[in-house]
Design a protein around this ligand. Structure first.
Ligand SMILES: NC(=O)c1ccc[n+]([C@@H]2O[C@H](COP(=O)([O-])OP(=O)(O)OC[C@H]3O[C@@H](n4cnc5c(N)ncnc54)[C@H](OP(=O)(O)O)[C@@H]3O)[C@@H](O)[C@H]2O)c1
Length: 269
């Protein structure tokens, strides 16, 4: 299953996320994933494993397992671009391409939306002030940016076929509990109830909820059994409208991936 982008390209709805993937597991896992049918890989410079991903992809292309044009590969500009250091876009992209051993990417993203001091549309500025501190514009909250994003959606972006990808589609599961102390959505009683009803796992319920809304999902797993389990949601069951609506009501009002806490500040506050 794929979603058609307004660029004319297709993005498979199921992808494999590669954050926190152990370097020595990546090669065999990517080859297995391709054999199982995965055709979408979510990479980033910041995941620090693009060299290993590149080796595995090169091997897959060289051996004829899959053709480059049949795989959708995303990368994201490195940490500097989480902010406003756009001066390095071309260099950062070239660096990822080199490491991934690719001639092109299917999607290239700015990794993280942080408002650093604005220097004018189309211009760039350093994210560090003269004291080498993060030069944030604290008058622009993430919430206000989010509302502006919602405004854009209502202005018709959806109608223009701009598609969304759900990163962390499992809420990070135990990885985010371990890293951030987050509560795993996979333990939620409603989702567990639906899992029982459909004779599926809670993970399969949330992934299906994503793709049934035509949102691409990129769960990360290092386990072959879970590669299969996650892929299965593409074709062997469907959530009823009633259950889709039920999940929609489940806003627990918390984030599972408060990444900026490791920088010593909470940008979501
Ligand atoms: N800003 C961004 O652009 C951004 C931010 C965050 C994430 N991402 C992307 O999104 C991908 C996915 O997000 P994520 O890795 O943070 O979280 P996630 O995919 O929601 O959850 C990953 C966790 O779920 C476990 N898991 C996988 N399949 C499972 C299943 N069927 N049942 C139970 N547990 C399961 C994994 O463990 P095992 O590995 O042990 O199976 C791992 O602990 C990342 O790898 C990255 O590519 C992008």
């Amino acid at each position: 299953m794929a979603i058609s982008l307004n660029s004319g390209f297709e993005m498979p709805l199921m992808g494999l996320g590669l954050w926190r993937m152990e370097k020595d597991q990546i090669g065999p896992l990517i080859i297995t994933a391709i054999k199982l049918g995965y055709r979408h890989f979510d990479c980033a410079a910041h995941y620090k494993n693009e060299v290993e991903v590149g080796k595995a992809l090169a091997e897959a292309f060289r051996s004829g397992l899959v053709k480059r044009e049949d795989v959708f590969i995303t990368s994201k500009a490195s940490l500097q671009l989480w902010n406003s250091d756009h001066g390095h876009v071309v260099g950062a992209c070239r660096d990822s391409l080199k490491k991934l051993q690719l001639e092109y990417l299917d999607l290239y993203l700015i990794h993280f939306p942080i408002a650093s001091t604005h220097t004018g549309v189309g211009t760039t500025g350093s994210v560090l002030d003269e004291d080498r501190m993060l030069d944030m514009d604290t008058t622009i909250s993430l919430e206000s940016t989010w509302h502006d994003m919602e405004k854009l959606v209502s202005l018709g972006l959806e109608a223009r076929n701009i598609c969304a990808t759900a990163h962390t589609p499992l809420g990070g599961s135990v990885a985010n509990t371990k890293d951030f102390g987050s509560i795993s959505c996979l333990d939620d009683p409603i989702l567990k109830g639906l899992a029982k009803k459909y004779e599926k796992s809670a993970a399969q319920i949330v992934l299906r909820w994503g793709i049934q809304r035509n949102i691409a999902v990129i769960p990360k797993t290092s386990k072959v059994e879970r590669l299969k389990e996650n892929l299965q949601v593409l074709d062997d069951f469907k959530l009823s409208k009633e259950d889709m609506d039920l999940i929609k009501t489940m806003d627990r009002k918390y984030r599972t991936n408060p990444a900026s806490k490791s920088w010593g500040l909470d940008v979501y506050a």
